[in-house]
Design a protein around this ligand. Sequence first.
Ligand code: SIN
Ligand code: FE2
Length: 213
Amino acid sequence: MFAAAEHRQNWRETPLPGALLLRGFALQAEAELLAAVEAITAAAPLRHMQTPGGQRMSVALSNCGALGWVSDRAGYRYSALDPDSGRPWPALPAVLAELAGQAAAAAGFADFCPDACLVNRYVPGARMGLHQDRDERDLRQPIVSISLGLPALFLFGGLQRSERALRVPLGHGDVLVWGGPARLRYHGVLALKEGEHPRLGAQRINLTLRRAG
Ligand code: SIN
Ligand code: FE2
């Protein structure tokens, strides 16, 4: 689809039309973000959900916000309740909503007001296969994705699963926004490499903020 060389110059800022990569943007709120992840995962522990096909996901996940993304044998959906506890998900911390709003605005999406934040935890070997985010009601709203901890290679594919994906390295503090023409691009994460991050140890945490409802 894209010649890699053509894009190498640009992808630090705009990997693809409708996408913006803000390197280190989350570092301004690093301490609050790490505290928020601790509090969220204490209230709604990370767990390995099942795919509709019955496989255990290698990424452990949790949520905060009015709606949380869940997967089980019945399919993918948003749920106001944590299926493990039967309780609402922890509230979306203001620091996360603010940071996501600022990042979205920088990418040209004004007034982004997330109501769902997926917390993904990758340990070495964990990966996420190519998929589209399409369970949200209003697809005009962008996705804001914050990376913390070990670096990963994000796969930014096309509108068809078969299109060749761009590999975008995401590191601690990087924020990637995609919407508009990029909103339904397939994306995923290659298996996390072994490593030790000074703040987070042998893991990567990804916070994906969306307007789901
Ligand atoms: C996701 O697509 O839900 C996660 C992406 C990431 O971990 O960077
Ligand atoms: Fe996704």
